[in-house]
Design a protein around this ligand. Structure first.
Ligand code: CTP
Ligand code: MG
Length: 181
């Protein structure tokens, strides 16, 4: 695969995993998933992980995957790269995995004494990709093997932190997010 094809495939295939966290920031609020419970004197997850944000993020990612499926022929033609479509299992696993990864990272942050909003370098940038990819690999193994060849996986691991830092920086400047990470 050419570098352009590799990067285009990586970004396209991960869009349903990139969008949920940003939608959660916009839609979040209300009852926290941990219901305020603590463990070892600290919150299990914290007020930053809510049912509404998690549900909205997952639904938005799945809806985006459906939209990408519909637009695939036109976009593949325009870019000149055969882009993948998303089977139903991947449409759910990618966004749900992204939200789950973010929740697991908060769990780790609280266990390591980091307050809500504290930075956790690398974990903040990669938690959602790793769990998203893992769930997709389990939910749709044949599709995952076809799409995420080693070069595409490498592109995802390099591009994701860059895109994550950029989008969160923009959300911070726009006043949508309290911290730029
Ligand atoms: N959010 C949410 N539900 C989620 C994830 C995020 O409601 N599952 C919303 C919350 O309003 C949260 C904001 O998006 O405050 C920013 O998300 P994030 O940076 O992931 O959370 P933090 O508040 O920084 O908390 P933590 O330290 O636990 O990551
Ligand atoms: Mg944060």
């Amino acid at each position: 695969m050419s570098l352009v094809a590799t990067v285009a495939t990586a970004v396209w295939a991960m869009l349903p995993a990139y969008v949920p966290n940003n939608v959660a920031v916009l839609a979040g609020g209300g009852r926290p998933i941990d219901g305020g419970r603590t463990w070892g004197g600290r919150r299990v997850l914290g007020d930053g992980k809510t049912w509404r944000g998690t549900a909205a993020g997952t639904l938005a990612g799945a809806a985006l995957a459906a939209a990408l499926n519909a637009g695939e022929p036109a976009v593949s033609g325009a870019v000149g790269v055969p882009l993948p479509t998303f089977p139903p299992a991947a449409m759910v696993a990618l966004p749900f995995g992204a939200m789950l990864g973010d929740v697991l990272a908060s769990f780790l942050k609280r266990r390591t004494g980091r307050e809500r909003g504290a930075a956790f370098p690398l974990v903040d940038q990669l938690d959602f990709v790793v769990v998203s990819l893992a769930l997709a690999a389990v939910a749709a193994p044949a599709w995952f093997g076809d799409v995420f060849t080693l070069d595409v996986l490498a592109a995802v691991l390099v591009l994701t932190p860059v895109l994550h830092v950029a989008t969160n920086g923009i959300a911070y400047v726009l006043g949508l997010k309290n911290e730029p990470w």
